[in-house]
Structures are given as C-alpha cells and as structure tokens.
Design a protein around this ligand. Structure first.
Ligand code: DLL
Length: 436
C-alpha cells in the first residue's frame, strides 16, 4: 500500500525520540502554565514551581487533573498565559449547561494546530487535487475553521459552506464535483436521505472521502456511510479544549485514529481511581496540550471513554492509535438500575439493514419505573408491506438490543424524516425523567 505522509520524519519517529520531544515540550508548557493564575496555584500546591521540577514522566502524574468545571470557573481569562495583544484567535463553547469555556491561540499556536490538520488530512490519502466541502459550522466551534486552515495548507480547493441548508449542500457537491466532505456522521446520513428528493444518486457525484467527527458513532454507522455514499469515511477526534479537531485522525488503514503524540500527551485513566491503565484497556482519555502557549492545558479530563491500541499500525506511524470513542463518563443512562451507554444502542441498530439513518433514545418514567424507548427510522418501502412483517422487525430490533443492553426497550418504527435532525452534533438522547 502506498502510504502518504505530510511530515514523515515526525510521524514515524522512534518512541524514545518522541518521548524526548514530549518531555521537552511539557517543560515548556509548564513554564507557560505557571504564568496563569489558575495553574500557578495548582502547580505550586504540588511543589512544581519551575519547569525544572519536571524531571521525567513520573512528574507528570504529580500534576493535578484539569476539568471542564475548572475552565468554567476560570472564565474568561484565568488560563490566559500571554498578553491579549498576542492572541489572534478565540474559540468558545457554550456546552449544554450554557456556562461558556473559552480557548485562546497565538499566531504560532494556530500555525502548529494547522500543521496537525494538514498531517491528518494527508494521512487519509487526500491531497492538493481534492475539492473539499467543509460542512462543519464556522464560528466559535472549532470544527469549521480548524479544518479550513488545514485543508488550505494542504492546497485543496476549499468550499467554506459551513453547516446546514441541505439542498444547497447537495447542489454544491454537484456544481463543484466535491471529492471530500467534512461533516458530522449524523448530518451526512441525513444529507444522503435527501439525495432522492434532489434527484441525485451517490454514484453521480465525485465524492471519495468524508472526514466524520465531533460526535460519537459506531463502526456500523461508518460502514453504512461508506456503503450508502460509495466513499471511505475517516474518523476524526478532537475537542476545543485541546485546540479542536486534529487530536487524533484515521490514516489510510482506517483501523482507529493516530493520536499526534508530539502535540499531545495521552493518558488513559480509570475514571474512579484516577490511575493510569495499561494500553488496550478502556478508560477515560486525559490529554495534555504540548503546543498551545496562549492557553496551556495540562492533564485535561475529557470524559471520553476509549483505549489505546498496544500494537503499531501497518502504515508505519509510531504515534499510538486511539480507539473510537466508546462512550462518555457522563452519558451513561441508568435504566431501572441497569447501566446503558447510548453507543451500545447505536451499534446494534445500525447493524439492522432495514434501519435507515436516524434514531433517538427516549427515556421517561411510568409510575415508579424507568421506560426506555428506542425510536428508529426505517426505509419507507417497508411501510407498504404487511403489519406482521413490521411487527417481526420490531421484535428483531428489540431482541438485538436486549442481547447487548440486557433490558428490553420499547421499539418504535418511524418513517424517514419524522425524527428530529441536527445539522451539527446530533442530540440522540432525550431523558424526560423528573430530576430529583
Ligand atoms: O467537536 C471538535 C471537532 C470538530 C472534532 C470536528 C472533530 C471534528 P467540541 O465541540 O469541544 O469539539 O466537542 C468535543 O465531542 O469530547 C467528544 O465527546 C466528542 N467528539 C469529538 N470527536 C469525536 C469523535 C469538537 N470522532 C467532544 N467520536 C469530545 C466521538 C467525538 N466523539
């Protein structure tokens, strides 16, 4: 297989040299972090008062974790390590609680981040020959501008269309013969569901790849995207606290995502004890940013659950691979005492061929008991068949789900287009149980 590289030397660096770079950059980050009121206090409390106090990786474990709440409490400038005049970009996320977090970048920070994205893009086999339709929203969200800069650096023709307006998205794919899409997997599936109405077949378009990310999706969803659109979809992971997209990205092998270890230190911890687990074991992803000086972030608890592959990738890159995100420490539903992750549900329903592209998980209470309903859209022609067949399908989906999540949910079959769609991150879970 022909393996494309953006910066081969750094992407294939031996582990010892990679770790030496990490350590040097960690010291640099600590020196910037000490300039912020937040980290100055936090690091001093564990006896880290200068970069020299970081003698080896063991000292990393002395650094206390940083959480989303820390960032909120430090809003707006508690983590700013440079003068405002040095800042060239601000991103922010309001999150579900509405309390914002803010991220600052210097010119060099943006430049280093852009390079990671160029590296990620080229790792998928994309090149300057491609026409890139960036369907992630521009603005405070990092998905739009992040990839935009990376794609321009690679030299692709970038269409900065942003999110939404499905009709126009499809027309644009036709007009410019788009070859690559950047989009959330849920929105991409929705777009596909509108192809027929717009008189388009996947085969008529020039699409070859999609970069899908910003929200969880299963391997079965990826396969569905590949099959329906006749493309290869590549998983892309990142979060605004760690710059945005470009933390980890799949290469041409598509066997999970290389996490760029010269730019981030990744740890997988047991979320209850906070201790590091072995490679191959699932836990919470903790990340240290090694390349952003305007706003250093050390040992950030992402709440995302994943594992690191212990074995190297066939592509020759030495940066370890992160599994797809398997859930979040805060998205677990407890249904009558049973723990259920939305990702388990998605994995099962997307395997059922009759299931179309959209679904929703609904939880409420009936009397004293929790009630779980999985609403799935199925292809319209199935509604033309007889009722017994639909009943059998419903029972089959319920049984598939029961085999994975132990409890037996209600299953509702819906026509395509009847469940809410999102043009960005999908909201899959509606929990209407009273909060006590
Ligand atoms: O979603 C950055 C991004 C933009 C990544 C475009 C990829 C593509 P935030 O809005 O801060 O940043 O949300 C970060 O989204 O902690 C995960 O829970 C989730 N997430 C991001 N990528 C993936 C993925 C952007 N590939 C949060 N798979 C993260 C599963 C993902 N979850």
């Amino acid at each position: 297989m022909d393996i494309p590289f953006w910066s081969k030397e750094i992407e294939t660096l031996d582990r010892a040299s990679l770790q030496a770079i990490q350590l040097e950059r960690l010291r640099d980050m600590v020196s910037w972090a000490l300039k912020t009121p937040f980290y100055n206090k936090k690091l001093s409390s564990v006896g880290i008062r200068s970069p020299e106090d970081i003698r080896g990786f063991r000292d990393l474990e002395r650094i206390p974790f940083t959480t989303k709440d820390d960032l909120r409490r430090s809003f707006p400038k508690g983590l700013l390590a440079v003068e405002m005049t040095e800042v060239v970009r601000i991103h922010s996320s309001s999150g579900t609680t509405g309390i914002p977090t803010v991220i600052y970048y210097t010119r060099d920070d943006v430049d280093r981040w852009t390079d990671l994205l160029a590296r990620s893009i080229v790792a998928t086999g994309a090149s300057a020959q491609d026409i890139f339709q960036n369907m992630m929203s521009y603005g405070l969200f990092t998905g739009g501008l992040g990839l935009h800069y990376g794609a321009e650096r690679v030299g692709m023709a970038v269409i900065p269309i942003g999110g939404g307006n499905t009709k126009r998205q499809i027309q644009t794919m036709k007009d410019f013969q788009t070859t690559i899409l950047h989009v959330t997997p849920s929105y991409l599936l929705h777009i596909h569901s509108q192809f027929e109405a717009e008189g388009v077949k996947a085969g008529d378009l020039a699409l070859r790849r999609a970069f899908i990310g910003a929200e969880p999706h299963s391997e079965n969803t990826r396969r569905k995207i590949d099959d329906l659109l006749h493309i290869q979809a590549f998983n892309s992971y990142g979060l605004s606290e760690l710059n945005g997209p470009g933390v980890a990205f799949e290469c041409v092998c598509r066997k999970d995502m290389h996490l760029w270890e010269d730019a981030y230190i990744v740890e997988i911890i047991d979320p209850t004890t906070g201790r590091n687990v072995e490679d191959g074991q699932e836990g919470e992803v903790v990340l240290t940013n090694l390349i952003r000086r305007a706003m250093p972030i050390l040992r950030y608890r992402t709440r995302d659950l994943a594992f690191l592959h212990p074995e190297p990738c066939e592509c020759g890159r030495t940066h370890r691979r992160l599994s797809r995100i398997l859930g979040r420490t805060d998205d677990m539903l407890i249904i009558n005492g049973v723990n259920v992750f939305p990702s388990q549900i998605e994995e099962k329903i997307m395997k059922v061929p009759e299931v179309a592209t959209n679904y929703q998980i609904h939880v409420d209470k009936k009397g004293a008991l929790d009630r779980l309903t999985v609403k799935v859209e199925i292809y319209p022609k199935l509604f033309l068949g007889d009722v017994a067949k639909l009943e059998a399908l419903r029972a089959r989906i319920r049984e598939e789900l029961r085999s994975s999540i132990v409890i037996s949910p209600n299953v509702e079959l819906h026509e395509p287009g009847s469940l809410p769609v999102s043009e960005g991150k999908a909201k899959r879970v509606v929990d209407e149980r009273p909060k006590d």
